[in-house]
Design a protein around this ligand. Structure first.
Ligand SMILES: Cc1ncc(COP(=O)(O)O)c(C=O)c1O
Length: 397
């Protein structure tokens, strides 16, 4: 084992999986198929690369490490490009259809047939960056005004990227949860529409569409892999990414679907807590993690329904292995492709590497020299200033 590989103690819970059909019911085959049919028509659509990191696999004694690099997704820098934008289009479809008293097609909104109507519909969301960027981009494409609420810790680089896409960005002094509350209350007062990537009691359509959009990524993976990987390590914020991906994998591979390992920062471990208690459980965030996209204290109810049945293991990881893992991807072992990844992208990989250096944990996770592990590199360099700091050797914690 080379000392380039970041090591750490990870906390682990083996989940008691609930029985059920959430991977087919919460997100149906039709939800995924509709999203795919629409999104693959968008200008600039191209499948993202699925990269096999063989030198790394060899270094950690594992069969294969497969890294789906979402950095190039629609030029927006993350997998989130697939979710918020599609959910925005679907809100416009529902609202315009209701107003006109007839079903309108997504393609007609996309191509500007209803641009006067779309210009009257304001879409809002709270975000820590990537979801808001996707929503702002969708609104710009489909001609709807967009307001994004960000909390005190969201970097100015990320705020600027959303402004550049035409969104009005409102920064509050509180935390993420407070930005969610403000977005909701202002939407209610003004007749705007919240497009959130997380669900709550009575609010499920946009988050379902967001997860259905993520299915485009899963279908690209399934097409590229005739046989299922043995494991998938998925980083969790509210759980939408993980739930969207595992539902797609279950629908495609059936009983051969990979073992699902959820990875979160120690500082924001709401899914880990939910795995421990067996029900959706909040986590009180005391300090912000560097992995900004994973800084969520409250699981998405819909995502949890799927993960409660599909996730086998929950891990938390310390901040100390974030920067070294970003650097390892960017300056890879000889023979591997260099990948520029953001802080939230590498959680799954960081946890896999750490787990392979801990024989007891590897055994608990069923990892051995034959395992083929799928990872979602969920973002590229979405904040160049932070990336530069990391590459300059500063352990940004
Ligand atoms: C880059 C990145 N990875 C992973 C996630 C986690 O996704 P989710 O909140 O759906 O669990 C996010 C969420 O913002 C993200 O931006």
């Amino acid at each position: 084992m080379t000392d380039q590989l970041p090591a750490a103690q990870l906390a682990h819970i083996a989940a008691t999986r609930h029985e059920g059909d959430a991977a087919f019911r919460v997100l149906s085959r039709e939800d995924f198929a509709n999203a795919r049919a629409e999104i693959t028509q968008w200008e600039g659509y191209a499948p993202t690369p699925l990269i096999s990191l063989s030198a790394l696999a060899k270094a950690i004694s594992i069969g294969e490490v497969l890294y789906k690099d979402e950095g190039p997704r629609f030029g927006l820098g993350s997998f989130k490009a697939l979710g918020g934008s599609y959910a925005a289009l679907r809100v416009l479809q529902r609202q315009i259809s209701a107003k006109l008293g007839q079903d309108v097609a997504l393609a007609d909104i996309r191509t500007g047939r209803y641009k006067d109507e779309a210009a009257q519909i304001t879409l809002v969301s709270a975000t820590d960056g990537n979801h808001g960027r996707s929503l702002a981009w969708g609104c710009q494409r489909f001609g709807a005004p967009c307001r994004i609420y960000i909390h005190a810790e969201v970097s100015e680089g990320r705020a600027e990227a959303m402004r550049d896409l035409g969104a009005e960005v409102i920064r509050i002094s509180g935390d993420y949860d407070e930005s969610v509350i403000l977005a909701k209350s202002e939407a209610e007062e003004n007749g705007w529409f919240v497009v959130s990537d997380t669900s709550w009691e009575g609010y499920s359509e946009p988050p379902r569409d967001v997860m259905a959009g993520y299915g485009v990524m899963t279908s690209e993976i399934c097409e590229a892999l005739p046989t299922a990987p043995s494991h998938v390590f998925l980083q969790g914020g509210v759980g939408g990414l993980a739930a969207g991906v595992v539902a797609g994998l279950r629908q495609h591979y059936g009983a051969d679907a990979p073992r699902v390992v959820i990875v979160e920062p120690e500082l924001a471990a709401c899914l880990f807590e939910s795995g421990r208690t067996g029900e959706a459980t909040n986590f009180a965030i005391q300090e912000e993690t560097l992995m900004a996209g994973l800084s969520c204290g409250e699981p998405s109810g819909m995502a949890w329904e799927i993960l409660a049945e599909e996730a086998s293991d929950f891990l938390t990881m310390p901040e100390s292995i974030v920067a070294p893992t970003v650097r390892l991807l960017a300056r890879p072992l000889e023979g591997d492709t260099a990948i520029e990844a953001g802080e939230s992208a590498i959680a799954g990989l960081a946890a896999l590497i750490a787990a392979r250096q801990d024989a007891g944990l590897s055994e608990k996770l069923g990892l051995d020299a034959h395992s083929r592990v799928l990872l979602i590199g969920s973002e590229g360099v979405t904040d160049p200033a932070i990336f530069a700091q990391i590459m300059n050797g500063q352990d940004v914690v």
